[in-house]
Every structure is written in C-alpha cells, then in structure tokens.
Design a protein around this ligand. Structure first.
Ligand SMILES: [Ca+2]
Ligand SMILES: [Ca+2]
Length: 110
C-alpha cells in the first residue's frame, strides 16, 4: 500500500476555449476533492485534499466539467502514479488533451 499526496495543479492552457475550466480529479475510478475553477497561468494548491491510499498504481484523471444536455465533461488527460515512486520526492505529469496544458505535481509516501 502507498499514499498519494496531491501537491499542486498548474494550468498553462485551459480546455475550454473561453474563460476558466472547472476541473476535478477521478482517481482509480472515484472522484476525489471538489470542482475547482481554474484559469490560464493559474496554480492551485491541492494539499487540502486527503491522501489517497492505493495498492500498486493510481490512475489520476483530470476532467473539465461542462454544462448542457449534449455536453459531457471532457477528459483532459490521465497520468499514473505508482507505489515505486515512494520516497522519490515530487513527481510531475501532464494533462493535455483537447489543446489543454496542465501540470500536476504529486508525491508518494510509503
Ligand atoms: Ca470543456
Ligand atoms: Ca468547462
């Protein structure tokens, strides 16, 4: 078992063409934390989100919430954290589908 600590999310470019994105995380199939409005060139501190306990790997997906009947939330991307990263300090990964550019920083604690 290992613990995933989300540290920060930086948005270089939003997924939506106009205005802010409304992002949320789904980790190993379960939504974690709330929906956060984020705009370009903005960073969010994620350390208020409780650590996530996982076995070997944690698949971290980032979605942008969209409203409207025929407008499903957009998957911005997916990165995988693994228990092998324990003790290696801060790790980073990119979410960049649909023209978006996000960087996530996390840490794995054994
Ligand atoms: Ca969108
Ligand atoms: Ca949106």
């Amino acid at each position: 078992m290992a613990r995933l600590e989300l540290i920060s999310l930086y948005c270089e470019k939003t997924e939506d063409t106009l205005g802010s994105d409304e992002v949320y995380f789904v980790i190993n199939g379960k939504q974690v934390g709330g929906v956060n409005s984020i705009k370009e060139a903005e960073g969010k501190d994620l350390r208020d989100i409780s650590n996530i306990i996982f076995d070997r790997t944690a698949e971290i997906k980032l979605y942008d919430k969209d409203t409207g009947i025929f407008n499903n939330d957009d998957l911005i991307g997916s990165v995988t954290a693994s228990s092998g990263q324990a003790g290696q300090g801060e790790m980073t990964g990119k979410f960049n589908r649909g023209g978006a550019d996000y960087t996530l920083t996390w840490r794995i604690v054994a």
